[in-house]
Design a protein around this ligand. Sequence first.
Ligand code: FAD
Length: 387
Amino acid sequence: MFDFSVPSDTQLLVDTVRRFVTQEVQPLENETEALGDVPPEALKRVRGKAQELGLFAMNMPEDCGGGGLDNITMCLVEEEFGKTSDALIRRVFGQVYPMLLPCNAAQREKYLLPTVRGDKICAMAITEPGAGSDAASISTTARLEGDRWVLNGGKHFISDGDIADYVIVMALTDKEKRARGGITLFLVDKGTPGFTVNRVQPMMGHRGYGHAELSFDECSIPFDSVLGEVGGGFKLIMNSVAGIRLAHIGARAVGMASRVLEMMRTYASERKQFGQPIGDFQMVQQMIADSATEIFATRMMVLNTAWELDQGREPRDKVSMVKLYASEMIGRVADRGIQVFGGMGFCKDLPLERIYRDSRVTRLYDGTSEIHRMLIAKAVIKNGLVL
Ligand SMILES: Cc1cc2nc3c(=O)[nH]c(=O)nc-3n(C[C@H](O)[C@H](O)[C@H](O)COP(=O)(O)OP(=O)(O)OC[C@H]3O[C@@H](n4cnc5c(N)ncnc54)[C@H](O)[C@@H]3O)c2cc1C
């Protein structure tokens, strides 16, 4: 018999994360938005609190100090993280990429373990001005000179690139092979000669969180800076993105949209026009009903796909469907939220306009909507709809 109930220990964890988000993180939203930075003292305090509660790197295996959560539990936790600004969550926890798992023994000590503890910040540099959706068309190169690799090229839009202690850099090691064995990942430390953070690129949203332009100019790094295998970089990225897309885009979109819906619900009962609550008007009801239905649908998609991942399957097409639907769902819900609030929705006194701006990027990164539509269509045309 199917059992969709949440186990009590999972619920306890979700409740702890919910309290952490509402009591510790949400109160920093306005100041972060106004400053364009997380107030440093508050960030230190909140990071300390998160470490105390054991909320760091919950996605990573226990043997490297992580929380060892399965994908379903991780998605339930990420829903709660979605109820505050992505900028704050990213600044508090950093980004603990599962691509780090193939670290060798020395890399494990230097990069993986400190990142899992929250002592080092990591960034992932794939995208270049000339290579976005077509990541295999990168032009950053790595050539072997004696016992060192020499990197040349440029990356942009790199999240946390401004503050990262080290960057995972995707570079070409064989121009002919490219995605088929010619792309390698390298671990590059901040401060390495030839590695420059050129500038933080101003964005529509994500205030308080930097996306940077990086350059590598005859940047010489040790031979053992390779993450995984030489030529194995593209495959490593592709094999690691499913959990990230589900948790960071899918589950967070559910959390974000649930917060907007809750605001719509309260306002629709309290705000009166023409002598009655606006929630009595059918056109307002429609916005609430459509939002609730789409949030429910997204949540089911996220959890079902997370369950498949936990069974050791590779539900790539479903991950694409979740990423596509969740990112477009939050856009619609955020837009309706503003509509239900009228002028107040446009006003910076409320988080709605920030959510509207911040959520827009989810249709762009981790594969644009068009790329995921293309992948879904190809899979369906080839295999039919596999549910
Ligand atoms: C805020 C932010 C943070 C980011 N963080 C990171 C990061 O940390 N690390 C990193 O490496 N990258 C990062 N990125 C980059 C992100 O992954 C890319 O922006 C994304 O892959 C799209 O690439 P592009 O911007 O070059 O757009 P393009 O690939 O140039 O696409 C432009 C348009 O063409 C469409 N298009 C392209 N190819 C096709 C096709 N085959 N069929 C149909 N339509 C197509 C796209 O869907 C889009 O509408 C970030 C981007 C942003 C905005």
